[in-house]
Design a protein around this ligand. Sequence first.
Ligand code: 13P
Ligand code: SF4
Length: 362
Amino acid sequence: MNRNLNTPNQLRSEIAQAAQVARNQRWQESAAACQGNLLPRIKQSLIDQNAVLVAHYYVAPELQDLADETGGCVADSLEMARFGFEHPADTVIVAGVRFMGETAKILSPNKRVLVLDRDANCSLDIGCPAKEFGEFCAQYPDRAVVVYANTSAAVKAQADWVVTSSIAVKLIRHLHEKGQKILWAPDRYLGDYVQRTTGADIILWCGACIVHEEFKAVTLRSLMKQHPEAKVLVHPESPAEVIAIADVVGSTSQIIQAATQLDARKFIVATEDGIFHKMKQLAPNKTFLAAPTAGEGATCESCAHCPWMKMNDLANLANVLETGQNEIHIEESIRRRAEVSIRRMIEFGKQVAAVSTASGHA
Ligand code: 13P
Ligand code: SF4
């Protein structure tokens, strides 16, 4: 398996800087959010504008609850894309990060799509610039290009397939069984996990999620010793040594499903900490422990906090509803090409779901 090791290293300082800007901005905005009761205003604006709120599990609890209460959804990135597309609202408001807003717009060009903060990005997206990615692809013209949803529209436009973590293994197995060789971008940990699980021939771009990359197997093992009865749930953007000791590896929704369905009472969870809100709602009698993000004495950069997800709050939701700011626009030729690769993923997901239902594994 080859790796493209150069480009993302050059981008490391850009990613670190963007994350720091996001952390600083979050502090200022949460202070603003304390002023006044925004909820009634927001609820009325959602009705007046025939708008629906689509939130990711990592955003603030109050945004997740509001999405649930007002007929929107709280979901993983695959389900967010599907929901925004299928919902009849004129406006889709995405509480998450930029690629999630772009995906909604790509699928629903006639709807108005608003994001709460245009600078809410993702280290995987920043670490895979479209031009460099195009040059990388050009070196491997015989490979099917599969990109993770956490990328820009311009990167998706260069892909044959888009995937999310919830169907990555199934799709790569499918392509491998058809004899296709794969070029995978940008998350090297997820790509490596998919490669080891399916045995496919994969060339990896070398990006990473700055949040999941921080989980450490050594300290996770110590925590497991203190709680031997706990099951370990891990998102596949985590390092291989952490994935290796998981009881369940899956997307955010698959992790939540495992927490509710397994009959264990205690879980150690290696993913962004916003997920605990939904887990505790759905399984109030179970105990959830955060997996450690750093070795003893180390400085924790992320502490399982995505700085960009945390830029979403009630204050900027009220602001975008009232001003119409932060609308997503995508150049039409890019949108059309990106739409093809996203629709393939959605169709593939439907086929997988139909087969599982027919064989009783739903
Ligand atoms: P999911 O598709 O599992 O929700 O993941 C999105 C994400 O950004 C994880 O860090
Ligand atoms: Fe990107 Fe990681 Fe944040 Fe998810 S948690 S949006 S992958 S930086």
